[in-house]
Design a protein around this ligand. Structure first.
Ligand SMILES: [Zn+2]
Length: 346
């Protein structure tokens, strides 16, 4: 389904430029747009390199200029009022956020946003703050890089294949195997790192991919919102309801207590696809509220839970904002007659 959508969007891109963007927004009646990024960097990031494209500062600024041309930036307080029904979206507005708590947020992104007067929220994995641990997908990228930079001997390759097989990972080669590993299979990454003589702690210490506590405090002082993105970034549809709730509750509590923030905010790691109605009823339960609002990444879509917002990924392709938004809006309009724009949960 997702793959189909992506290909379809790329196809639509061929002619989306010729359509007037304002007309698309008006016709769809979707005046609130929620773009999100992971990071922005002017140099290569080995932990991300083999996973998805990263925009540089110039591309990022161009995206923001496009957004500012068509939408008014809003902050978290305004978004919460919209979610609570205290405010309506009277003009084209966008709410910007960033997932994964990466250090470029502090070094590159925040200075640009301050200069342009754009508010934003940053979603952090509680286990990774201060570079205490590494997201398992980042480990995959680091290992793929190690293999490509210095191809291992035949003996090491067969040991890697044995390790993958032991964890039920079938693949034509070690690189494919590494890139297909899921959350439950992640212990194999430490075994393979040993075989390739890669030390993840060394990587964390020398590259510092994540935000530190003082950097996060500085972002909060600058007026940015901070929220949770689970503890260690699992795929929610592979967890039990109890594990999903624990990951959510614990990460939000951690962020709230450590940084003394007012809001309880949560963005889903990977996707909220397949997450049940019961989960959302639990997190928004008025008597025992786990989060004020939450965020998914399914693109321009309506949600049955009004406190849950779907966002549009701005960095799963190298396309400029202009093209991403035009295709999202066009796709939305094309699906409208079939009633496919609303996410219903069971
Ligand atoms: Zn993430």
């Amino acid at each position: 389904m997702y793959k189909f959508k992506k290909e379809f969007l790329t196809f639509l891109n061929i002619f989306s430029n010729s359509l007037r963007f304002e007309m698309l927004i008006r016709a769809s009646n979707q005046r609130l747009f929620l773009p999100f990024y992971h990071t922005v960097s002017n140099h290569e990031l080995v932990h991300i390199k083999h996973l998805y494209p990263v925009k540089d500062e110039k591309q990022f600024k161009e995206d923001l200029h496009f957004l500012l041309k068509h939408f008014k930036p809003i902050d978290i307080d305004e978004l919460i009022k919209i979610a609570d029904g205290q405010k309506s979206v009277s003009q084209n507005s966008f709410f910007l956020s960033f997932d994964d708590g990466l250090s470029e947020t502090y070094h590159v992104i925040a200075p640009v946003l301050k200069e342009m007067g754009i508010p934003a929220a940053f979603f952090l994995n509680s286990s990774f703050i201060d570079n205490l641990d590494l997201f398992y997908r980042f480990k995959c990228s680091i290992l793929v890089e190690a293999i490509q930079k210095k191809p291992p001997s035949g003996a090491i390759v067969s040991k890697i294949e044995d390790a993958l097989r032991k964890h039920s990972i079938a693949a034509v080669n070690p690189v494919r195997g590494l890139l297909s590993i899921n959350y439950a299979q992640k212990p194999v990454l430490d075994e393979i790192a040993m075989l390739l003589e890669v030390d993840f702690n060394d990587y964390l210490n020398s590259n510092k991919p994540y935000l530190s506590t003082p950097q996060i405090e500085s972002l909060i002082n600058d007026g940015f919102a901070i929220g949770a993105h689970s503890e260690d970034h699992p795929e929610y549809n592979q967890l039990s309801l109890e594990e999903q709730l624990n990951q959510t509750k614990h990460s939000i509590q951690f962020i709230q207590e450590k940084f003394n923030v007012n809001h309880k905010l949560f963005s889903f790691p990977f996707t909220d696809f397949g997450v049940s109605k019961e989960f959302f009823e639990n997190i928004f339960d008025t008597d025992n509220k786990i989060t004020d609002i939450s965020f998914g990444s399914a693109g321009l879509k309506k949600e049955s839970f009004t406190k849950h917002f779907q966002r549009v990924p701005m960095d799963n392709s190298n396309l400029p904002a202009e093209k991403i938004l035009a295709t999202e809006y066009l796709y939305y309009l094309l699906k409208a007659p079939f009633g496919k724009n609303s996410i219903l949960r069971t």
